[in-house]
Ligand binder design. Structure first.
Ligand SMILES: *Cc1c(COP(=O)(O)O)cnc(C)c1O
Length: 379
């Protein structure tokens, strides 16, 4: 089955009760048993729920995995991966990381004796310098948030395999429409379903997808034992979102390109970060591992003025000033004061999150309205 068919049918079957095309929202915590243990595959909704199962099967299908697991948020999904580790284990992670992931790693898991190395991964061979006998996990985000760095998944997976280390890829920005990390050798794909997969800014959810049965069993155990699952209503909404992922992504990419090119031509703009530019430092890697360049664009203004950046995001009318990304509507954010406020200034500036950096999640509105809005806001 091709990707554009999988988003609609992958892992799905019509409901056995009445043939409903969409799975019903099984809003139930428990399931009747005819005799102790005599149930129809479902006993309690933390463990399993038919609506969540339908979503988990869809997730596995679109990422070319064998097992999908849905969680109450993206961070809950990441948390489950970290619970595979033991005190004393080490993790090598992208340094230009989603702020909440950085916070989870440093404020929670460092306390439990896990050591993190946050490094630039533009050159994958750099990773090897940080691998010790205690390294158990490489955590990669690509494209990164918000600097749009690209990490070579295939090269990283070769290093991971050589040292017998798990490779997890946060595929939130790219989505499986643009990039399928499991096919490039990653062991775990993670999503904030809140973003493009849900696609309509109406839910918070996370997911993990794996190929390996043993790894899936370990993660299912953690999912059930820790209990950070999502509910049936949200599972239904996520499934509904996934059905249009391919057409939404196509438009996100078209609009993203147009906005990136407009900004690059604007006299007040200093840098535009978008992996589709031929002068982007990882353009060749992006072109080879992605089927398009996505709808996320970041930029800085000349003079790097904090107040000017705040004024631009306040002036926007079609773009909404908000955290999050990946919905049908265009959003603008100021990472230094919003998503990355939890990262120390010194630390964030090292990775390029300077005072004037503005991050745009380009929606699927008419491109003329988006450009006109940027034009009036930037001046
Ligand atoms: C939003 C986001 C997360 C966290 O997901 P939540 O659903 O907000 O918990 C992780 N990684 C990336 C890249 C994100 O954008």
């Amino acid at each position: 089955m091709k990707f554009n068919t999988k988003t609609i049918h992958g892992g799905q079957k019509h409901d056995p009760a009445y043939g409903s095309v969409m799975p019903p929202i099984y809003q139930t915590s428990t399931y009747a048993q005819s005799t102790p243990g005599g149930h129809k595959g479902y006993e309690y909704s933390r463990t399993h729920n038919p609506t969540r199962s339908a979503l988990e099967n869809a997730l596995a299908s679109i990422e070319n995995g064998n097992h999908g697991l849905a969680f109450g948020s993206g961070l809950a999904a990441i948390d489950a991966v970290l619970k595979l580790l033991e005190p004393g284990d080490e993790v090598v992670s992208t340094n230009d990381l989603y702020g909440g992931t950085y916070r989870l790693f440093t404020k929670i898991y460092e306390r439990f004796g896990i050591k993190f190395h946050f490094i630039g991964m533009n050159n994958a061979s750099h990773i090897e310098e940080y691998i010790t006998p205690d390294t158990k996990l490489i955590w990669v985000e690509t494209p990164t948030n918000p600097m749009m760095n690209i990490i070579d998944i295939m090269a990283t997976s070769k290093i991971a395999k050589k040292h017998n280390v798990l490779l997890a890829v946060d595929n939130t920005f790219a989505t499986p429409y643009l990039q399928q990390p499991l096919d490039m050798g990653a062991d775990i794909v993670m999503h904030s379903v809140t973003k493009y997969l849900g696609g309509h800014s109406d839910l918070v959810m996370g997911a993990l997808i794996v190929k390996d049965k043993e790894l899936a069993d370990q993660l299912y155990f953690i999912q059930n034992a820790s209990g950070a699952v999502c509910g049936p209503q949200d599972s239904f909404l996520a499934l509904r979102g996934i059905k249009t992922l391919h057409i939404r992504m196509q438009r996100h990419c078209e609009n993203g390109k147009a906005v990136a090119e407009y900004l690059a031509s604007h006299p007040k703009i200093e840098n535009v970060y978008w992996p589709g530019f031929k002068n982007h430092k990882s353009y060749e890697v992006a072109k080879s591992q992605m089927n398009g360049f996505g709808g996320m664009v970041s930029f800085t203004t000349k003079g790097n003025n904090y107040e000017e950046a705040i004024k631009i995001v306040e002036n926007l009318k079609v773009f909404t000033l908000a955290e999050s990304l990946g919905g049908v509507e265009s959003l603008a954010g100021h990472p230094a004061s919003m998503t990355h406020a939890s990262i120390p200034k010194e630390e964030r500036e090292k990775t390029g999150v300077v005072d004037s950096l503005i991050r745009l999640s380009i929606g699927i509105e008419d491109i003329d309205d988006l450009i006109a809005d940027l034009k009036q806001a930037i001046g």
